[in-house]
Design a protein around this ligand. Structure first.
Ligand code: UT7
Length: 331
């Protein structure tokens, strides 16, 4: 019996040119490079330029991913963009990227699960592919998250950056075991009771404004440690795998201490954890595909490697997925 799987054929990323360092931030607000590095691991973040929108970042990452997958935009049946910072309230940023790619078939839409957005979008695309409705999907995480920041609030403005990452998924028949290539499983959760510990104080329906990020950092941290740990165990258990089977942990890049906590819980050595928070900061839905692309490009992650991705953010919403990279008989 065969099982439909979504192969991860390629990935790509884009970071805006402009870099904002901790030292520059400490000239504007009461903070220091030492505090930011010690508490978060962040040293710098990229910031989108004037007139540079989420769709521009997402389009660049999408083109990069298609190139690495050796596919044309015309091969794509579905485009899903995970973003909290759409160009406009509507239409979906996905449709703008679709037009930018010159595609006019299939469906393009956005998903809102904040920092867990990429894992959510990957799960949605995987389920469309598994059901046979879609053959090739482009999954993008793209954010101009700095546009939601109150630059006077030191408890949030030092944490985030802008960027985009993307992957190309394509249907393939596997044997249904954990040795298959592609997405082995996805696991999504949310708990709306915790929405007030991480939110934006604006929106089209409530204030008719965009609003700014508000966060009770310590509470989010506490939930992140327990919920991410649990969802990692759930993903491994669903596939009859243990931590020792994981080649790479590609976590959401929110805080170096949370990343280290997950690695410790899994007994994974630091060499098996992809951490780029120092130069990207937290790019919300873009963080996982940015980290994935970086480790694929520098040769750490290879075809056949088993990658565990996880993320948590506002909602609270969180999730994890296990993916065996590349495709059988590939290079
Ligand atoms: O991506 C979505 C998911 N987000 C997360 O996972 C974030 C989870 N939370 C965290 O990563 C951490 O809670 C933070 C990095 C946000 C904060 O670290 P913390 O160790 O929890 O610090 P804190 O909020 O308890 O603040 C400790 C102190 C406070 O001063 P007092 O009250 O002890 O005098 C803050 O006012 O640090 C102060 N502080 C700062 N100091 C210098 C807060 N922000 C800053 C700052 N620079 N930027």
């Amino acid at each position: 019996m065969t099982t439909r799987r979504s192969l991860l054929l390629g990935c790509g990323s884009y970071l805006p040119e402009q870099i904002l360092t901790n030292a520059e931030l400490s000239e504007r607000i009461d903070t220091s490079d030492e505090w930011i590095v010690q508490r978060t691991g962040i040293r710098q973040r990229h910031v989108a330029g004037d007139g540079e929108f989420t769709s521009d970042l997402g389009l660049a990452a999408a083109r990069d991913a298609l190139k690495s997958a050796k596919l044309d935009a015309g091969d794509v049946d579905m485009i899903i963009v995970a973003t909290t910072t759409p160009d406009n309230t509507f239409p979906a940023t996905g449709t703008k990227i679709q037009a930018g790619l010159g595609v006019n078939h299939g469906a393009a839409f956005d998903i809102q699960a904040v920092c867990a957005g990429f894992v959510y979008a990957l799960a949605v695309a995987d389920n469309f592919i598994k059901s046979g409705q879609v053959d090739t999907a482009l999954v993008i995480g793209a954010e101009t998250f700095t546009r939601l920041l109150d630059w006077k609030d030191r408890s949030t403005c030092v944490l985030f950056g802008d960027g985009a990452g993307a992957v190309v998924l394509q249907g393939h028949d596997g044997n249904g075991s954990s040795t298959d290539y592609g997405v082995l499983s996805t696991h999504l959760h949310s708990d709306g009771r915790e929405r007030d510990i991480l939110y934006v104080d604006g929106g089209p329906s409530s204030t008719k404004t965009t609003g700014h990020v508000k966060m009770v950092g310590k509470e989010v941290y506490r939930h992140a440690i327990s919920k991410l740990g649990n969802v990692i165990e759930e993903a491994l258990g669903a596939n009859g795998l243990g931590s020792e089977d994981v080649d790479w942990l590609v976590p959401h890049q929110a805080n170096r201490r949370i990343i280290d906590g997950m690695a410790n819980r899994m007994n994974l050595p630091a060499e098996k954890v992809v951490c780029c928070i120092d130069h990207h900061a937290n790019t919300s839905a873009a963080s996982v595909p940015l980290a994935l692309t970086e480790a694929v490009r520098d040769g750490r992650i290879k075809r056949g490697d088993l990658v565990l991705m996880e993320a948590i953010g506002g909602g609270l919403a969180w999730g994890a997925c296990l993916v065996r990279m590349g495709y059988p008989n590939g290079t």
